[in-house]
Write a protein that binds this ligand. Structure first.
Ligand code: KPL
Length: 327
């Protein structure tokens, strides 16, 4: 309870937080904020929802992490579905964007002129890049960035199950800072979360995990744990070597040894899980390859460096998607 007698959430009923994107991560964060008593609403990207005339309510089901799959573990709750209507969006003080990395600009773009000039934006997705495109579009609004390693599985449209605990790191990127009450409320509501002074190095570290694990598991159609086999070690090492070199040219010093340890720790801790890119390919969805290994290649190009192994991952995943994605 952050050393307070009264939960912060109860002090701040007027706080108005909207979550854009009702996928697995969006619903997880929505549950965590709502059960902390925060006034949170969902903006789904579904067109039928964004055409709503007035606020509607949605019932959601959340299954917490538990040793058993007992149905009684599940919690039902309801949250407002906010329409993209200006009157609703004007009250939003914090917009948490949980769509896939490649959807960020298209999802926020149409909302920007409806949000109040004080509305703060927090991006929470795998991969990197959208923050650079979004920053010049914000008209003086503040932008924070975050990364979460909480495991979550979407079981049906409005039902998710937590599959793993994990660290959530949030931090300031540009413009006015997130007001202290909102910041405290987020940290109070999201278990195992922290505010970091330098978020960009944290995003590079998470990028390393995703760059090493996601494309290989999608290409070899295997769970994360299979990557502990020796046959993958050279490729993983080379992906990390290139990433560390590119990050250094971007002014971010990363500890190569620590990164490799972190990647293998995630491989071990999530051994039975299928990575998000594996799931995207298996479910005929677009992948985040452009914002993961593709981001490393883009930054390498900007510094005239080679990132051959990451480039190989990008083209192999694109070839796979060309076969699997519906035309
Ligand atoms: O974040 C992940 C993902 O699948 O996108 C990892 C950490 C690799 C866990 O599967």
């Amino acid at each position: 309870m952050l050393g307070q007698d009264v939960p912060l959430a109860i002090e701040s009923q007027a706080t108005n937080i909207a979550i854009l994107g009702a996928g697995a991560v969006g619903q997880l964060i929505c549950h965590q904020l709502s059960s902390a008593g925060l006034a949170v609403g969902l903006i789904a990207r579904d067109s039928s929802v964004s055409n709503l005339e007035a606020t509607d309510w949605q019932d959601l089901v959340f299954s917490p992490l538990s040793p058993s799959d007992a149905v009684t573990d599940s919690v039902s709750y309801r949250v407002p579905l906010l329409s993209a209507d200006k009157a609703h969006l004007q009250q939003v003080q914090l917009l948490i964007v949980c769509v896939k990395a490649y959807q960020v600009i298209d999802a926020i773009g149409p909302l920007l002129n409806k949000l109040s000039p004080q509305c703060h934006i927090l991006l929470l997705h795998n991969g990197m890049g959208p923050h650079l495109a979004l920053a010049p579009m914000l008209n003086g609004r503040g932008l924070s960035l975050g990364t979460t390693s909480q495991g979550i599985l979407r079981q049906s449209c409005w039902q998710v199950k937590q599959t793993g605990q994990g660290l959530t790191q949030l931090g300031h990127f540009t413009g006015p800072a997130l007001p202290q009450t909102l910041r405290d409320n987020l940290l109070y509501a999201i278990p195992n979360s922290e505010w970091v002074e330098a978020i960009i190095p944290c995003l590079w570290q998470k990028l390393a995990v995703n760059a090493a694990i996601n494309p290989l598991t999608a290409l070899h159609q295997c769970p994360n744990g299979a990557l502990a086999q020796a046959e993958f070690s050279d490729t993983i090492a080379s992906i990390l070597d290139e990433l560390v070199d590119v990050a250094a040219h971007d002014g971010i010093e990363l500890d190569r040894h620590f990164l490799e340890e972190r990647v293998y720790r995630v491989i071990e801790l999530t051994a039975a899980n299928f990575s998000s890119m594996h799931q995207d390919v298996a479910n005929y969805r677009l992948t985040e390859i452009d914002q993961i290994n593709g981001y490393i290649c883009d930054r390498a190009n900007a510094h005239s460096l080679s990132a051959a192994t990451n480039a190989k991952m990008v083209s192999a995943i694109k070839q796979l998607s060309a076969i699997t994605l519906p035309r």
